[in-house]
Each structure stands twice: as C-alpha cells, then as structure tokens.
Design a protein around this ligand. Structure first.
Ligand SMILES: [Zn+2]
Length: 362
C-alpha cells in the first residue's frame, strides 16, 4: 500500500469539504528562518539535575522536545570538544583534536558556513577563548585545535558577523610575532571592537553589524563574576543579528561546566554555571516567542567528570566525580521551534549535525 503523507491527506480532505476553493490554512513554518544553538560544554544529565534542584523553573522546561545524544567520535568512544563540536557543526564524526575536517583532514562545510553563504548573519559566543574548540568548529577548518591563530584568521576572514568571548591575548603583538601573523589590523578594520559589557550594550543598540568583543585576556571568569554574562552577550548578539532580514545562525557556548568539572569543582560552582547557561537559553526562548520562525537547540558536546549524585544518611544529594576527564555518557538535548520534533529521541552527534544542516540549507 502506498503511504500518503499526512499533509496531503489533510489538504485533500479540506478540499473535499470546502469545494473548489482551497481554504486558508495557517500552519507553522516547517523550516526555521533563524537558528540559535546553545552548547553547555561538558554538561550531562547530572549537571542538569543540579540546576533543576536549584531553580523553581528552568528555561529548558519551556522546550517541548527532549532527546539524548551519543557523543562519540569517528575513531574513539570518549570524545573531546573538537570532534564533539565538529560532528554537530558538520554532520561528520572525526578524530581527536580535529576542527571540522574529516578523517582525511579534508575540510567539511559547517552549518554556520551554509547559513553565511545564503546571506544569513552569523555569530559565535563563548565564555572561553573565542578560538576554543567549540566556536572554532563552526567557522574554521584545521587538523589541530591548537592552531588558534589560524582559527581566528578563518573566523574574521569568513567573516563571522558577531564574535563575543575571551582570549584577547590572541591580538597581543607578542603572539603576532610568534605566529608571524598580523591579526590585530584586519580585526580592527573589519569590526566594531568592544571590551566591556557597557560597550557591548551600547553597540548592540547602534547600527553596527560587525562586532568583535573580547572581555578577558584568556578564559572569562566564573558565572557569578562574569561580565558581560552569557545571557547579556546572547541578548546583545540577537539585537545585532536580527537586523539581517535574511535570517541568522548563532552559536552560544558556556565552557564553564566542562572547565569546572575537569577541576572537580563544588556543587555550588557547577550549579552556578548551569544556571548561567540556562539564563542564556531563556533569552533565546524569549526571542523565539517573539519570532516563532526561530529554531532553538540546546545540547552539549560531551559529558565531563562522570558527575554522579548519590545520597547521605538524610537522603540528601552527595555529589561526586568519577574522573577529571570526559566520559562517554549520553548527553541531553532540548529543542523548540520549526523542525524541533526532528531532534527528539536518541541520536548520534553526527545525525544531529545533519538534521541541523538540512533545516538551514535552502
Ligand atoms: Zn573538556
């Protein structure tokens, strides 16, 4: 028996009841015109559990679709941020340290590049070095994540419209001399440069469409001291990117859950990082409510710490770590907006990347 798509059956039955004139059917758009991907680096189910216990309501609870993601790489089971983010960005699994190149070190097109080519504005936000593995995987192609000068050059050459995060040391004359590269001149020529939250706020309300913000020499401080914080950076970036009538692609990363789980930090510290991230998710969802054609996807590149939540004699949580490294544990994923339902269930990180690519590509 031939299966008839549900939409065809619906319109056929409507046509029958309404006679010859097709009725005006208002259906939600199937494909997003803008995409916001938020990545909590290193955050697994236990990290989210801590956040859930600390807040009356999390922003992620507003997202109708949930799933789990298998984070492994092409030739390894416990992955790192470079191949982890590359799989999401390109739909292709690769080797440890690789930034959006395949097993033969051939560059693979990223979803941000596809968005850029079709005229969408693009943005990358992180709380660590702008050239760190997760943002790098969306806009650069190198066989080692350590090639930070090359990564930055590729980001500003594309160019990515909005770049916000840490790592201003990339622009120091010493780094330029060592790398034999002048990164400062092209960056300053192409971008409105900001170094404080107040500057970013002001510029986001101007007509600037190319903004480079360095808010720390290296990694930005922990969530309670971070300025601007992730939610503020996300708000500002959305104000800048939404001016592009064609649409935009924005990736927002909190490196904190990964860094702090590597350090086996306290429950308070991990919780604060997760709540800071969730606040940025809230900003994205508020935007999505005003602009329903926006897809919001929340996930992680991998789990860090083997975080486990056992109990004491009073049945209160005792938080512990299995490792100071990454684990193979599945990570949670949440989605809202056009195409969100396609991310539900259990999927591989490369499959998530291919679905994302399919929804963005025109
Ligand atoms: Zn890590």
């Amino acid at each position: 028996m031939t299966r008839i798509p549900a939409r065809t059956m619906l319109s056929a039955s409507l046509l029958l009841t309404a006679g010859c004139t097709p009725p005006a059917v208002h259906t939600a758009p199937v494909r997003p015109s803008s995409v916001i991907v938020l990545i909590a680096d290193g955050a697994g189910v236990a990290h989210w559990t801590l956040a859930r216990f600390a807040a009356d309501e999390l922003a992620i609870e507003r997202m109708p679709v949930a799933g789990l993601m298998d984070t492994r790489g092409a030739d390894h089971e416990v992955t790192g941020s470079a191949p982890g983010a590359s799989a999401i960005a390109t739909g292709v699994r690769t080797f440890m340290g690789a930034i959006s190149v395949d097993m033969d070190s051939v560059p693979r097109e990223t979803v941000l590049e596809v968005a850029h080519e079709q005229g969408w504005a693009t943005g990358l936000i992180t709380t660590t070095w702008l050239t760190d593995a997760t943002p790098a995987a969306f806009a650069a192609h190198v066989s080692s994540r350590r090639q930070m000068a090359d990564i930055f050059q590729q980001m500003i050459d594309l160019p990515v419209n909005v770049l916000l995060g840490g790592g201003s040391r990339l622009l120091l004359p010493l780094a330029q001399a060592r790398e034999g590269l002048d990164l400062r001149t092209p960056a300053m020529e192409r971008y409105t440069f900001v170094e404080t939250g107040a500057d970013l706020e002001r510029v986001s309300h101007s007509d600037a469409s190319m903004v480079l913000g360095f808010f720390a020499e290296g990694e930005m401080p922990l969530a309670p001291e971070r300025s601007p914080n992730l939610a503020e950076m996300t708000s500002a970036a959305l104000r800048i990117l939404e001016k592009d009538q064609d649409g935009f692609f924005l990736m927002v990363e909190n490196e904190g859950p990964d860094t702090e789980a590597h350090r086996n930090s306290s429950r308070e510290i991990i919780t604060a990082e997760m709540l800071g991230f969730d606040a940025a998710v809230g900003v994205a969802l508020d935007f999505q409510e005003r602009h329903p054609e926006t897809l919001v996807l929340v996930t992680a590149d991998h789990e860090t710490g083997g975080l486990h939540l056992t109990h004491d004699a009073h049945r209160e949580i005792v938080m512990g770590y299995a490792t100071t490294s990454h684990t193979a544990a599945l990570v949670p994923l949440f989605a809202a907006g056009p195409g969100a339902e396609r991310f539900g269930g259990l999927k591989g990180n490369d499959e998530i990347g291919r679905i994302l690519m399919g929804l963005v590509r025109r």
